[in-house]
Design a protein around this ligand. Sequence first.
Ligand SMILES: Cc1cc2nc3c(=O)[nH]c(=O)nc-3n(C[C@H](O)[C@H](O)[C@H](O)COP(=O)(O)O)c2cc1C
Length: 362
Amino acid sequence: MGGNSFGEVFRITTWGESHGKAVGMVLDGCPAGLELCEADIQAELDRRRPGQSIVTSAREETDKIEILSGLFDGKTIGTPISMLVQNVDVDSSKYESLRYTPRPGHADFTYELKYGIRDWRGGGRSAARETVARVAGGAIAKKLLKSQKIEILGHVTQIGGISVGWTTLDQIRENVEQNIVRCADMETAERMIQHIKKVQANKDSVGGIIEIIALNVPAGVGEPVFDKLDADLAKALMSIGSVKGVDIGVGFRCATMQGSEMNDPFVLRKGIVMTYTNNAGGVLGGISNGMPIVCRIAVKPTPSIERIQKTVDLAEKKERDIQIKGRHDPCICPRIVPVAEAMVALVLADQMIIGGFIRPSK
Ligand SMILES: Cc1cc2nc3c(=O)[nH]c(=O)nc-3n(C[C@H](O)[C@H](O)[C@H](O)COP(=O)(O)O)c2cc1C
C-alpha cells in the first residue's frame, strides 16, 4: 500500500491499524535544536482522543505518546523522530459481523476490492485512529511554526443546518476548548450539541464545516507551479477521512461574485503592503501574500450509524441488512479540528523549510 507519507522535506510517515498493537509515525526533516518534549505532543493528542464527551466515540483511549528517537537533552537533533501510541481499549467483537459486509459510506468495500485482504477490526488502516499519528507530527510542526510566531486556529462553524455567525479571533482562542463541539460561540455551541443529540437518538449522524486559520505566515511561502500553497493545503485537508470539500478564502462563493467584489484591493499600512479584504484567503498564485490563511472543510456525516442499512455479503454474494453497533462519533467535526490544524501545520512547516524561511538547524 502506497500513500503513507506526506510532505517533501518535513515528511511524515504514519503506520498502524485501529485494532492493532499501536499506531505511530516517523517524521523526517525536522530541523535540529527545536525544544520538544512529550507534553507538547500529549496536549494535542488529548484534544483529538475519543471518549471526551457525549458527542464523540465512547472508546476509552488514553493515547499516551512515547517518543522513541530523534531527541537528545530535550531538543531535536535532526534525525528521524519516531513516536508511538499503544492501542489500549480494543474491542473487535462488534466488528465480527461486518467481516464480509462492507459498511455503506466507509472504506471497507474499496479496501477489500483493491487489496483482497484487510484488517476489518475497527476499520483497520482507514479508521480515525490513524489521525493520532498526524496530530503527533502536527504538534511538532506547530512548535516549529510557533518559533516563527505563526499561530493556527481551528473551529467548528457549522453542524447540520446550524451555523455560527461572525466570530472574532479572540472568541476562537477563548471559547473553542470551552465547549464539546469546539464552536467559537457558546450559545451556538449549545444548539449544535442539542442537534447532535437529537440526530443520535434517531440512530443517525450529522456532518458540518470547520474553519482553519493560520496567522502571521510571512509573504512568499509556496512553490509554483505544482506545489502551490493552496494546492498542498487542499491535498492535506482532503486526505482526512470524511472530508468531502476544501475551500480557501471565499472558496466556492467566488463563482457568484464579480471581479470588483472578489479582488482584494492593496493598501499600505505602516509601510507594509496588505490587502483591504481577504477574499483570496491569504494565497495568490500559490504563494502566501502575508494575510491570514483561511481554509474551510466540509465534513460528511459519520458513516457508521445504528440504523439498519442495505449492504452486500461479499462472501456469499447476497444482499443483506446490517446494523452497526461499535462505538462511533455521532458527529466527527469536534475531533477533526485538531487533525485539520495538524495538517495545515505540516504543510506550512514543509513549505517554509523548502522556501528557506526555516533553516535545518535552529
Ligand atoms: C477524527 C475522526 C473520527 C472519525 N470517527 C468515525 C467513526 O466513529 N465512525 C465512522 O464510521 N467513521 C469515522 N470517521 C470517518 C471515517 O474514517 C471515514 O469516513 C472513512 O475512512 C472513509 O473515508 P472517506 O469518508 O474520506 O471516503 C472518522 C474520521 C475522523 C478523521
